[in-house]
Design a protein around this ligand. Structure first.
Ligand SMILES: *Cc1c(COP(=O)(O)O)cnc(C)c1O
Length: 426
């Protein structure tokens, strides 16, 4: 918060927006409306809003397909065979990687499986996976099925780090302690970057460092971290990571995922991998020869030819991140989320009504705040919906609010506080 003294007034919110160097980005998005008023959209953690520029990119795609047909593969500014390439230079700075280390492909759950084929390599004694308790369901099923695939039992092979009694989030010291305690049994550490339910930002640097000391592979699911917080995957020594593009990256529902594979694995022919023709050495791909030879870097994990339609929307969305800059977004995000936290505290006269379970330190969270609703349950949430607030409800009683710095405003937060006040009235 530096030295700004927050006030919960419309004038203060207006001034914050006026002084916000990124305020102009809101206009670059379609903000859905209800009863003629823009929604207070705090759901970028689930599905980011549509950048207006997506339209032109999709029209270009349709035009080219209509006018060139199959020749589009090798013609035009970006031939379809190269469709994923322009996204590399935009993704690399978002995750702190070189272009060699990243590629956009497939979807998140699929990529996690492909990466685990290469990076979860259980040995006789070292066969366990350390993960967080309460991980996103897909991630749980993925680990469970990978472990079974190797003929092991999930109950034995998957270790979950849990918060301490009466605490909601994990302590870094506890994660590190678990790694040390099980160092001789662990083959892999697989965690979220930002936890989807609590909004906790894990100390990926410290975790990776500890993992490396014990020769344990480390990977992160960055679904809630990419585009939310700056990342330095290469420097942190993370082995692999994957993310989706439809949450904070605003690339549209179900759109293409991305992977990171550390440069140190770039040329490793010993890694097992499930191969496909698009991961084959590019120079020789169309010789259609027998015997798989992988491309260097993350591209070596490609299977299929690119989803050009999806990549067109992804490109439009990523260009906004390049213009705004992830460090600038983070600066605003810290202010905006702190303001939301302040607004909630100022608004609830009854401190028993709800509780923020997300860490209160900015360094331990991204933009999301998760609220545990103690009174009135889902009725609170339903009243928000009626009044034009889009957040998301998780059973049994958690509401996640994610003010994103790209298109949310301080006025959104102020208006939300008024709706919150009314929703908690008896
Ligand atoms: C959103 C999310 C997913 C979704 O996976 P898809 O394959 O894109 O459907 C998976 N894991 C985490 C942690 C998520 O937050």
């Amino acid at each position: 918060m530096d030295n700004i003294e927050f006030r919960l007034t419309p004038e203060f919110a207006l001034k914050m927006d006026h002084d916000d160097p990124l305020h102009g980005f809101r206009e670059k998005f379609h903000i859905p409306e209800k009863n003629g008023k823009p929604l207070i959209y705090f759901c970028g953690n689930s599905l980011g809003l549509q950048p207006k520029a997506v339209n032109a990119h999709l029209i270009n795609y349709l035009e080219k397909w209509a006018t060139k047909g199959v020749d589009g593969h090798f013609e035009g500014d970006v031939p379809w065979v190269d469709a994923r390439k322009p996204s590399k230079s935009l993704l690399a700075p978002l995750v702190g990687a070189s272009e060699l280390e990243v590629v956009a492909m497939n979807s998140l759950s699929v990529n996690l499986h492909l990466l685990l084929v290469s990076f979860y390599r259980p040995k006789e004694k070292k066969y366990k996976i350390l993960t967080e308790a309460g991980a996103f369901p897909s991630d749980q099923y993925i680990l469970e099925s990978q472990v079974k695939f190797h003929g092991l039992s999930p109950d034995d092979a998957i270790l979950e780090v849990k918060p301490r009694a009466n605490e909601h989030v994990l302590r870094t010291e506890d994660i590190l302690e678990q790694i040390r305690r099980h160092k001789d049994e662990l083959a892999l550490i697989m965690l979220s970057g930002v936890q989807y339910y609590t909004g906790q930002l894990f100390d990926m640097e410290a975790i990776s460092k500890e993992a490396r000391q014990h020769d344990i592979c480390v990977g992160f699911d960055l679904a809630h971290a990419v585009g939310n917080v700056p990342l330095q995957l290469h420097d942190w020594g993370v082995d692999f990571a994957t993310w989706c593009s439809y949450k904070y990256l605003n690339s549209g529902p179900g759109n293409v995922s991305g992977i990171f594979v550390h440069q140190k694995h770039s040329d490793n022919d010993q890694l097992p991998r499930f191969a496909g023709w698009w991961g084959y050495k590019e120079e020789d791909r169309f010789k259609m020869e027998k015997g798989f030879k992988h491309m260097p870097g993350a591209d070596g994990w490609l299977l299929s030819n690119d989803n050009v339609l999806g990549l067109a929307a992804h490109q439009a969305a990523l260009e906004l991140f390049e213009k705004a800059g992830i460090e600038n977004l983070r600066k605003k995000s810290i202010l905006l989320t702190s303001y939301l936290e302040f607004a909630i505290r100022e608004t609830i006269s009854d401190s028993e009504a709800l509780e923020i379970i997300t860490p209160l330190k900015s360094t331990e969270r991204g933009c999301q705040l998760s609220l545990l609703i103690h009174k009135k349950g889902k009725r609170v949430f339903d009243l928000w919906i009626e009044n034009g607030v889009v957040a998301d409800w998780r059973n049994p009683n958690v509401i996640r609010l994610a003010p994103t710095p790209m298109y949310n405003s301080f006025q959104d937060v102020f208006e939300f506080s008024q709706i919150l006040k009314n929703s908690l009235r008896d």
